[in-house]
Write a protein of this length. Structure first.
Length: 256
């Protein structure tokens, strides 16, 4: 029986390079897709789970952790914030986050992405007001933020509207004006919001979106460099396996 050239070459490569194969397999096993628990977002490069995966499994600034409830937390250590990751779109290089303690507006008052690898897909300014008078009238017109309010002592409102800003400025105390990374811009008819919807972030670097959109997996070429590599890319509609990932990868690279 004649052995196909592809299988023969693969056998000789493994036979002549056992140490390289062992290192590669150990690296692949350490950086496999992971989750904090069932139904949580899948974590892979550029993200990594702290304490479970090696530093080389993720890009700097993309560390996540699992809390005692099994929630996946994005660690924004530069500002002491942890936000729960709701969803990640690796091909689009976007993620949706919220507050694990169910009071996102409180986080928004101190949120600062300037030192992180993330940016807002859409931004919209909101002004927060603390109101202690005419509460029955105000609550009929605007939507209070329940987790920041202490009714009947005071209510907190957030508005993107210049008209509402003018009204509340005359009867309430201004708390702060912040830029919110909203999922999509609010229309002009929105007078106030509880700001409980997920925030939408994006990242430009590392640039792995095209690799992911072709079904590939991105990562560092080695532990000694930040140079990226795209592997396990499907060829001609068929999923790659570890036995022919080199062929798949070369075909993908030749097309970009």
């Amino acid at each position: 029986m004649k052995i196909p050239n592809t299988i023969l070459k693969l056998f000789l490569f493994i036979l002549l390079n056992p140490s390289q194969i062992a290192i590669a397999l150990a690296s692949i096993e350490a950086c496999l897709d992971s989750v904090c628990q069932t139904h949580e977002p899948v974590i892979r490069f550029p993200f990594r789970i702290e304490g479970e995966q090696e530093n080389s499994c993720g890009h700097p600034g993309f560390s996540v952790s699992c809390n005692h409830n099994g929630q996946t937390l994005l660690n924004l250590s530069y500002c002491g914030e942890e936000l729960r990751i709701q969803r990640i779109n690796y091909a689009a290089q976007q993620l949706w986050v919220n507050d694990p303690n169910n009071c996102l507006p409180k986080r928004l008052l101190s949120l600062n992405l300037s030192a992180s690898p993330f940016d807002a897909v859409y931004r919209q300014k909101f002004t927060f007001f603390n109101c202690s008078f005419n509460l029955e009238y105000l609550v009929r017109r605007y939507r209070p933020i329940s987790c920041l309010s202490d009714s009947p002592k005071y209510l907190v409102f957030a508005t993107p509207s210049s008209t509402v800003f003018g009204h509340l400025s005359s009867v309430c105390d201004l708390v702060a004006t912040v830029t919110v990374p909203v999922q999509s811009p609010f229309n002009d008819r929105v007078t106030s919001s509880e700001l409980s919807d997920d925030l939408r972030f994006s990242w430009d670097s590392p640039s792995c979106g095209r690799c992911e959109s072709h079904g590939g997996r991105c990562g560092f070429k080695s532990n000694e460099t930040f140079e990226l590599d795209c592997s396990l890319v499907p060829s001609k509609g068929k999923p790659c396996t570890t036995t022919h990932s080199i062929k798949c990868e070369s075909q993908y690279k030749s097309s970009i």
